[in-house]
Design a protein around this ligand. Structure first.
Ligand SMILES: C[S@@+](CC[C@H](N)C(=O)[O-])C[C@H]1O[C@@H](n2cnc3c(N)ncnc32)[C@H](O)[C@@H]1O
Length: 239
């Protein structure tokens, strides 16, 4: 018979939680460590890795044409702020991470565009219907648990006919890469703050009622092992 993990309390003497098994203690330590990792470390990693020259060039391109009051879901550390055209008058930021928001402080202070943090969850946006002139999402729809719901919320908040500009990574059409995306996704979700690799952006946009009017796809420059993480969808969808 296999030995039971529910043995005497661990650590054996003077343990802080008598009656809890070694497995439970390890599980608690693991979830605390992962919590600290996701909340404090991942936003800093994103701030560095998503600011490469290749990515910043794509941010510039995808922000072109934004204007008026812009909703940005997953504002993060504010890496898009310096890319916004002069026609943008304000940004309504939806961002759950306090660390991300703090990391954005210098960029917000340097920006001529006022930014207001209006909520924590793109799946339930605290904004009136038809209240924004445009929306922006970059590397966010991979992370939001229910991306379809978030897109419905974005569409509700946008004026009819307004544009969502997006730059996201997702499902690759190459079968070999897609296979690796499926294999790596469980690990990626754990270590990268819930990030999915297999999301089909055009399908999600269509399901939410958006009309994709501009779409550019392809891998970020890099060796083959980076491809599962770097198949990009950049474009514009109309609400
Ligand atoms: C990979 S980061 C990208 C950050 C930023 N958009 C950028 O391009 O650098 C994903 C962002 O989505 C945010 N996020 C996670 N869950 C969210 C949710 N339910 N609603 C809105 N944003 C969310 C994270 O806090 C994080 O800032």
């Amino acid at each position: 018979m296999a030995p039971s993990l529910r043995g005497p309390a661990w650590p054996p003497r003077g343990g802080a939680a008598p009656g809890r098994s070694a497995a439970e203690l390890l599980e608690g330590a693991y979830s605390r460590t992962m919590g600290v990792w996701s909340e404090r470390v991942v936003p800093r990693i994103v701030d560095c890795t998503c600011a490469s020259r290749d990515v910043m060039e794509r941010r510039e391109r995808v922000c072109a044409g934004l204007h008026g009051r812009v909703l940005e879901i997953g504002f993060g550390s504010g890496l898009n702020l310096g890319c916004l055209p002069h026609e943008v008058t304000s940004v309504v930021a939806v961002e759950p991470s306090d660390v991300g928001w703090r990391l954005s402080a210098k960029r917000r202070a340097a920006s001529v565009v006022p930014v207001e943090r209006r909520g924590l969850d793109g799946q339930a946006i605290d904004e009136a219907d038809d209240s924004c002139d445009a929306a922006l999402s970059t590397f966010t729809l991979c992370t939001i648990p229910d991306a379809g719901k978030a897109l419905q919320e974005v569409r509700r908040v946008l004026r009819p006919g307004a544009e969502l500009h997006f730059l996201e990574h997702g499902h690759s059409p190459d079968p070999g890469v897609a296979r690796w995306q499926r294999r790596l996704e469980p690990l990626q979700r754990r270590v990268a703050g819930g990030c999915h690799l297999t999301r089909d952006l055009p399908a999600l946009l269509a399901e939410a009622g958006f009309d994709v009017v501009d779409l550019e796809v392809g891998y970020l420059p890099g060796p083959a092992p980076s491809h599962p993480f770097g198949y990009l969808y950049a474009g514009v969808a109309v609400a």
